[in-house]
Design a protein around this ligand. Structure first.
Ligand code: SF4
Length: 148
C-alpha cells in the first residue's frame, strides 16, 4: 500500500506565515531577551506554546531543513528543538508563541491586544488550508506534522 503523502504548506501559505512573523518583529513592543531560554523549558514554566496547523507544518519544515527527520524529547522536559548549545535549532521557523512569550526578566509576554490581528491572520490561514481544529500544544502538533 502506498504511504500517505506528507502534508506540506503551499508557497502562498509559507509567504503568509513569514509575513505574519515579520510583522511581529516589526512591532514596537520592547522586550529585552538575552536568550536565557527559560521559556523553552516547558516543565519549568508549566507552559507550552500553542500552534496552528500551518505553524506546526512550518516548524516541521525547519526541522527537516536542519537535517533531521524526527525530534527527540528532552529528559528535562525542555522543548525538543532546544539545542545542546542552548539555542533554538529552528530559530527562523519558530512559532508565533515563541516570538511573543517572554519571561518576566525580559519583560513578560506580549498582551493579546498587541498581537490580536496577527493571531486572527494565523487562524484565517488555517481556515483557508481547511484546518478547523484551532491551536494545539506545540510538541504533539509538531510530531504529527513530522509524520510520526
Ligand atoms: S521552538 Fe525554539 S524558541 Fe520555541 S520553545 Fe522550542 S527551542 Fe524554544
Amino acid at each position: 500500500m502506498p504511504r500517505p503523502s506528507r502534508p506540506e504548506l503551499d508557497p502562498d501559505a509559507v509567504a503568509e506565515l513569514r509575513a505574519i512573523y515579520a510583522a511581529i518583529e516589526s512591532r514596537p513592543v520592547h522586550r529585552d531577551c538575552t536568550l536565557r531560554t527559560g521559556c523553552c523549558h516547558f516543565r519549568l514554566t508549566g507552559r507550552t506554546p500553542q500552534v496552528t496547523k500551518a505553524e506546526a507544518l512550518y516548524a516541521a519544515k525547519g526541522v527537516r531543513a536542519s537535517g533531521r527527520s524526527t525530534v527527540k524529547p528532552h529528559s528535562d522536559g525542555a522543548c525538543p528543538l532546544l539545542g545542546s548549545n542552548g539555542r533554538c535549532t529552528i530559530y527562523e521557523h519558530r512559532p508565533f508563541g515563541c516570538r511573543t512569550h517572554f519571561c518576566a526578566e525580559a519583560g513578560g509576554p506580549y498582551v493579546r491586544k498587541e498581537v490580536a490581528d496577527l493571531i486572527q491572520r494565523l487562524e484565517a490561514l488555517d481556515e483557508r488550508l481547511g484546518h478547523h481544529d484551532g491551536s494545539r500544544p506545540f510538541v504533539p502538533a509538531l510530531e504529527e506534522a513530522m509524520g510520526k
